[in-house]
Design a protein around this ligand. Structure first.
Ligand code: CTP
Ligand code: MG
Length: 221
């Protein structure tokens, strides 16, 4: 069966600011989105890459992908969840890796681990431990939140396509969702954790993009 990478790039990047949404910003000579696309295209276990973009982002998208040969982009929605759902409705294939365009550095080893886990369960996600203390935020610091057994969940998130599509269709649209793992869990799907990677950390603020640029430039010398 076919494995599709579904890259969601339909956000507005409001926390990062800047003239254009962060997924179209250039880092070390390539758009953030193009880094994510290239990592997926370079992996032998991924058969097809589909990108979800925002309405009106067609020109930015065309500029970002340059001469890469890709199927037409899918138009996303007002929330990440709706962008993923639009993508899932548009693809076929047995397995899907749902990935944030805002996580441009995607190690092949993480993809290997996710695809292997999909032989055992309908879902798999990369996770990392929480290393800082967690506390309720308030004017004065609130209660400490125990971090034992708590992990940070990254993307790509890998699923059997029919299972995650059914889970998305069953999700209560009034509930906020930050990722697909929680939508899968709510539908009763088993989701296996695999070891994530610090390189996968999401570019959220302008300083994250600047740090990524500095790091890539340093490794290129
Ligand atoms: N995303 C999307 N459709 C949306 C919102 C987000 O496809 N309606 C994508 C973003 O493009 C990004 C990923 O989901 O690749 C993770 O979202 P986030 O980091 O929150 O990006 P933005 O929503 O663009 O940023 P912000 O929340 O700061 O506006
Ligand atoms: Mg957002």
């Amino acid at each position: 069966g076919k494995t599709t990478a579904l890259i969601v790039a339909a956000g507005r990047g409001e926390r990062a600011g800047g003239g254009i949404p962060k997924q179209y910003a250039s880092v070390a000579g390539r758009a953030v989105l193009a880094h994510a696309i290239d990592a997926c295209m370079a992996h032998g276990g991924i058969d097809e890459v589909r990108v979800v973009i925002g309405e009106g982002q067609e020109a930015l998208y065309a500029q970002a992908i340059e001469d890469r040969s890709l199927p037409s982009p899918i138009i996303g929605g007002a929330e990440r969840r709706l962008s993923v759902l639009a993508g899932l409705e548009a693809i076929d294939g047995e397995r899907v890796l749902i990935h944030d365009a805002a996580r441009p550095f995607l190690p092949a080893a993480v993809i290997d681990r996710l695809l292997a886990a999909l032989d055992e369960a309908p879902g798999a996600v990369p996770v990392l431990p929480v290393v800082d203390t967690l506390a309720q935020a308030d004017t004065a610091l609130g209660d400490i939140v125990p971090r034992d057994g708590v992990v940070r969940v990254q993307t790509p998130q890998a699923f059997h396509t029919h299972a995650i599509l059914a889970a998305h269709r069953a999700w209560d649209g009034a509930r906020p969702a930050t990722d697909d793992a929680q939508i899968a869990r709510a539908a009763g799907l088993s989701v296996l954790p695999v070891t994530g990677d610090r390189l996968l950390e999401k570019l959220t603020y302008a300083e994250d993009i600047e740090a990524a640029e500095r790091r890539l430039r340093a490794t290129m010398i």
